[in-house]
Design a protein around this ligand. Structure first.
Ligand code: NAI
Length: 299
């Protein structure tokens, strides 16, 4: 089995001042990567900012003999994303790996959801992923190499009460990965997605303490590191990881049913009559792009 080694690689990890991002960064650095530790340093609901979170992780990595520089920009604005990438170029000359990890939570039921709570969360998770990935992707295209990680959530993949803003943003990054896997293919840029399950400040209030203590971030990072490696040739894959469990989630499409041919338009009653066949996931298939899906209709 080949060893995963990041010697000579440069990585940006957003939101690396704590939680999962900190651990991804430390493990990348231990395996030779030069890392940019981005963190705005605010509260878990996105209030305030501080340099101390990023600085602390940089010191930890240096103490282990690794190379790291801090960055305190907000991922949610284009200038922030540009500056994060610029920090990597100025410090280390390039960017090979980007882990989009920064995140906040502002939960409320949909009845109480307002535009502000919606925008703040969507801005950090979805627009933030765009703002950093865009300038990073341009460098990766030029060097014909890149590994990008998006961080989604089971909340988006499966649904979770009280998180409409967060779930929507987290599915948005899946859509972004679905397209970047296609647009990055000829440049050897692989974009994959992690759906972590970990005990951090984001989950400490919602998980029973005995479970929380077992949900170590350490259990998520191995999947992230593999997807950041040269060895990983997959793109567009979503991996759930936590507590030693690893699995793939995917949007699958059922076999379906042809209700009419030619110009005959099926009636709503025919749809009703065939509902169980239409919604069946038996023999479901995975389509790697829209064209593959559309070709089914032409048959
Ligand atoms: P965390 O709160 O420990 O880490 C998130 C980091 O992002 C914080 O250090 C925070 O300061 C930083 N950050 C927030 N907004 C930022 C901004 N605008 N610009 C730069 N940095 C910013 O939480 P955790 O759990 O480590 O979360 C990491 C990622 O994993 C998030 O995207 C989260 O949504 C996702 N996630 C976590 C799960 C879990 O079980 N912990 C489950 C599913 C997804």
């Amino acid at each position: 089995m080949s060893k995963i080694d990041f010697t000579g690689r440069v990585a940006i990890i957003t939101g690396a001042g704590g939680g999962l991002g900190r651990h991804h960064a430390i493990e990348l650095a231990k395996r030779g990567a030069k890392v940019v530790i981005n963190d705005l340093g605010g509260s878990k609901d996105g209030v305030g900012s501080s340099a101390s979170a990023a600085d602390h992780v940089v010191e930890e990595i240096k103490a282990l003999g690794g190379e790291a520089v801090p960055n305190y920009d907000n991922v949610a604005i284009p200038e922030g994303g540009e500056h994060i990438v610029q920090t990597a170029i100025e410090a280390f000359g390039k960017i090979d790996i980007l882990i989009n990890n920064a995140g906040i939570l502002l939960d409320s039921t949909f009845v109480k959801m307002d535009e502000k709570k919606w925008d703040v969360v969507v801005d950090v998770h979805l627009k933030g992923t765009f703002c950093v990935t865009k300038p990073a992707f341009l460098h990766m295209v030029k060097q014909s190499y890149g590994r990008i990680i998006m961080t989604t959530s089971g909340s988006g993949l499966f649904g979770n009460f009280g998180q409409t803003n967060y779930s929507s943003a987290k599915m948005g990054v899946v859509g972004l990965a679905n397209v970047l896997k296609l647009e990055g293919a000829k440049y050897n840029i692989k974009t994959n997605v992690i759906a972590p399950i970990a005990g951090t400040r984001l989950t400490e209030d919602v998980v029973p303490p005995e479970t929380f203590s077992r949900m170590k971030v350490d259990f998520v990072t191995p999947a992230v590191l593999y997807m950041c490696s040269e060895q990983c040739q997959d793109s567009g894959v979503i991996i759930n990881a936590g507590l030693g469990y690893f699995s793939r989630s995917a949007i699958m499409t059922g076999e379906g049913v042809i209700l009419s041919v030619g110009n005959k338009i099926p009636t709503p009653e025919e749809v009703m009559k065939n509902w169980s066949r239409i919604t069946s996931l038996e023999n479901a298939r995975f389509f790697s792009n829209l064209g593959e899906m559309s070709s089914v209709l032409k048959k």
